[in-house]
Design a binder for this molecule. Structure first.
Ligand SMILES: Nc1ncnc2c1ncn2[C@@H]1O[C@H](COP(=O)(O)OP(=O)(O)OP(=O)(O)O)[C@@H](O)[C@H]1O
Ligand SMILES: [Mg+2]
Length: 380
């Protein structure tokens, strides 16, 4: 069966032109001339891909993309944005809204067809969308060790549960079974729970089973931290275990926050396939940014859609040399969703006392930034 493509374009001439060109190449075409029409056709006519114009009167393409992503029935529909605007900020906005590809007009027919084919092949490979989980699963991935990934996960988790996600059920997990500081940072004793679960048959990992091994923090946050013993000494999670664990919990809870540590070993690659969002933790230094560039490039290769990624900058040391937000955004081609300022003394006190920074000094600049980030994550 030919692939069915929904073309969303307010300009009738362009619509005819693209439609005819694609029809000649064997695609089945449906058309919409505005946002609301596009949304209804996307649901009712089950297209395989959407070609979306950005500049339209009324609801623009960004909004259409956002709504398609927010609706479980169209959340995984491949979207190519087609627009006259080619600035980096436009592209970032397009990806952020949920586009998988972004092409600047005029686009050569051969290129358009190549992109369409690539995207269709990609979504065929990924298969039909799996069941829509109840909760949001959010990963925290450091560009290298020691940049503050666990600190960010802990403080953001606490900021969420004490702020926009108050009354919701959330869990913080250190997916690595060893070398873990997550529980310690929260003033909890190291737990064997993950180690026990790692030895179970992954098929039997239901939310209930998993939660009997979780600790509860004073804020209500559930915690599955690993052991502080070196990784490699304790049995680690297989990708199958990690997937079963996160899927089961996301089916039950509102937020599943995962400290992924660093690197793209098999466990992290598996998680990246289905996490709702990944916060990439970057140190805004020359070396940090170069590593970030490499990691973000890999996320593209692994087909983590841009709408599922955001960069958080963590400045650990005070310096006047820190590059500005715009410079970093331009360099990385990604949206910066949070900037955590240096707070060495507070970070030290927090670690010593096992009390997250946002609780130790809720009025501090750093706490305010964690709260902002929590608002952003909750609103996605
Ligand atoms: N905003 C900050 N200002 C100053 N120091 C910070 C800040 N955030 C975190 N730190 C400190 O940086 C160090 C590393 O933090 P953390 O353990 O969270 O990093 P990580 O990336 O998870 O490390 P690992 O690779 O070991 O898992 C800790 O000593 C922590 O207290
Ligand atoms: Mg850590």
């Amino acid at each position: 069966m030919p692939a069915k493509i929904l073309i969303v374009e307010d300009d009738l001439e362009s619509l005819k032109l693209i439609g005819l060109m694609l029809q000649n190449r064997g695609y089945q075409i449906i058309a919409a001339q505005n946002g609301p029409q596009a949304l209804s056709k996307a649901v009712n006519e089950s297209p395989d891909l959407v070609l979306l114009d950005v500049m339209m009167p009324g609801m623009d393409g960004y909004e259409v993309a956002r709504r398609l992503r927010a609706d479980a029935r169209t959340a995984s529909l491949p979207i190519i944005m087609l627009t006259a605007r080619g600035q980096v900020t436009d592209k970032v906005a397009g990806f952020e809204a949920g586009a998988d590809e972004y092409l600047v007009k005029p686009v050569h027919p051969a290129e358009l067809v190549t992109r369409i084919e690539a995207l269709l092949a990609r979504s065929a490979r990924l298969g039909p969308p799996v069941h829509v989980p109840r909760g949001k699963s959010i990963g925290f991935l450091g560009c290298k060790g020691g940049v503050g990934t666990s600190t960010l996960a802990v403080n953001l988790g606490v900021a969420l549960i004490r702020g926009p996600a108050s009354g919701k059920r959330a869990i913080l997990i250190d997916i690595r079974t060893g070398s873990s500081t997550l529980a310690l940072q929260m003033g909890l004793r190291p737990q064997r729970g993950l180690q026990v679960l790692a030895e179970r048959d992954p098929a039997g990992l239901t939310a209930d089973t998993i939660l009997t091994h979780a600790d509860r923090h004073a804020t209500g946050m559930l915690v599955l931290g690993g052991l502080p013993e070196p990784s490699g000494v304790v049995p680690s999670f297989t990708p199958t275990h990690a997937e079963a664990l996160v899927r089961a919990l996301a089916g039950e809870l509102d937020y599943v926050l995962i400290d992924m540590g660093t690197g793209l070993e098999e466990v992290n690659r598996t998680l990246l396939r289905f996490l709702h969002y990944v916060v990439v933790v970057v140190e805004p230094t020359r070396l940090g940014l170069l590593l970030a560039q490499g990691l973000l490039g890999m996320l593209d290769t692994l087909e983590v859609g841009r709408h599922r990624q955001g960069v958080a900058l963590v400045n650990r040391a005070p310096t006047s040399m820190t590059p500005g937000k715009d410079t970093v955004e331009e360099f990385l081609g990604r949206e910066i969703i949070g900037i955590i300022p240096p707070a060495p003394e507070l970070a030290f006190q927090a670690a010593e006392r096992g009390v997250p920074m946002v609780m130790l000094q809720p009025e501090s600049v750093v706490a305010v930034q964690f709260n902002h980030l929590a608002q952003y994550i909750a609103s996605r």
